[in-house]
Design a protein around this ligand. Structure first.
Ligand code: ZN
Length: 384
């Protein structure tokens, strides 16, 4: 087959409207995640609060009140907009330290609201003014700070801060399926009792912002591996419901751009790095940059593109100069997008409806075109 079937196709059930509570039509991750966590449309930047900045009850909190175990698993910092909107309440998404504080300080029935926290963002927990890692440990949380250490976690509650900021991109990483690995571990830890787990393949969005198609495909691959893990868990535990959607589109991806009726996916498969480390490798290998290009990208360069790279490298100041690297990254992506007929319309988010996926118990309630707020409304009714 020219297009192989995926698990995504098997569980597609409809589309979701993502617009925020203003007249822009285009949401950010905070407003979208608050809509998905609490069923409330709010303003861009809002974390678990409504337009009046009042806290709104989230699915995770409701689950905890009903005695479920709860978890957040992401590849961004664990304080990033999406996970934060399920377990914190602040007026602005940029307030990462307060979000981390709330994970520790805000209790439900005297219990921690989150039993399992996995992802990046160590720097928001280990600070001059407060060391939340020690506080979590003293409170009985098992702690890991690398994917390897994650294996040593034997029970809940647990905190894994596996990177200082975001985790490394899947593409070019030694752990290209780190989300799938984290989710497998999470289901081991959570999956014996009723649980609510929020999983975000956070960096699909970051690759979209960069208009980096190889980066995006590698993140989608990790998500697909994650879906395999969840799929097999549901087969063994049919009393489980999986809902998957996007908070919004990013980058306005087009498959087949520049009036071409083609998309050369086979060229994308050979690309080994995201744009920024690629640009750094070209700068480091300056004299023999063609060899670096062939090894890391593999796309045949036409004379114009080769000259453009060459002249950028020649004019580049000392190799660590950020602007030279950024220009080279941009140029490399332009070449890759053109060669593969991949198009983008924005470096930001775009407002089209996103896809809705569901599998497992009660998944038939999720279908057709839904507003993003209807997803938690329906889930809250099921959560008894
Ligand atoms: Zn984004």
């Amino acid at each position: 087959l020219p297009v192989a079937p995926t698990l995504f196709d098997e569980i597609t059930r409809g589309t979701v409207q993502t617009y925020p509570h203003d007249d822009t039509f285009v949401t950010d991750s905070a407003a979208a995640a608050t809509a998905l966590s609490a069923g409330v449309k709010t303003y861009n930047g809002a974390i678990g609060v409504d337009v009046d900045k009042k806290p709104v009850e989230t699915l995770l909190e409701r689950a905890k009140k009903h005695g479920y175990q709860t978890g957040l698993v992401v590849t961004s910092p664990v304080t990033h907009a999406t996970p934060a909107s399920f377990a914190a309440h602040v007026a602005s998404r940029s307030d990462a330290q307060r979000i981390a504080d709330q994970y520790f300080d805000q209790k439900i029935n005297d219990q921690f609201r989150i039993d399992l926290i996995l992802g990046g963002g160590k720097k928001f927990f280990e600070r001059e003014d407060r060391n939340l890692i020690s506080e979590f440990k003293s409170a009985g949380f098992q702690y890991a700070e690398s994917l390897q250490q994650l294996n040593q976690i034997t029970g809940l509650p647990a905190l894994g801060l596996l990177a200082d900021d975001g985790m490394p991109h899947a593409l070019g990483s030694t752990h290209p399926t780190r989300l799938a690995n984290m989710v497998e571990k999470s289901l081991d830890l959570l999956g014996k009792k009723p649980f609510f787990l929020l999983v975000e393949a956070s960096q699909i969005d970051w690759c979209g912002h960069a208009n980096d198609i190889a980066c995006a495909i590698a993140e989608m691959h990790d998500l697909h591996e994650t879906l395999k893990v969840v799929d097999s868990y549901i087969k063994d535990n049919p009393d489980t419901l999986l809902i998957m959607t996007a908070d919004h589109n990013t980058g306005g991806l087009t498959v087949g751009a520049n009036n071409e009726y083609a998309w050369r996916s086979e060229l994308i498969r050979d690309i080994k790095l995201t744009a920024s480390p690629l640009a750094q490798a070209l700068l480091d290998g300056k004299k023999d940059w063609r060899k670096v290009w062939d090894e890391q990208v593999g796309i045949t360069l036409n004379d114009t593109d080769a000259k453009a790279i060459d002249s950028l490298l020649r004019s580049a100041p000392p190799k660590d100069a950020k602007s030279a690297r950024d220009q080279l990254a941009r140029l490399s992506l332009d070449i890759i997008n053109k060669a593969t007929a991949t198009g983008w319309t924005s470096f930001g988010h775009t407002g089209e409806d996103v896809l809705l996926f569901a599998k497992g118990k009660s998944s038939e309630l999720f279908h057709g075109n839904m507003n993003n707020t209807q997803i938690p409304e329906t889930l809250m009714k099921l959560m008894k």
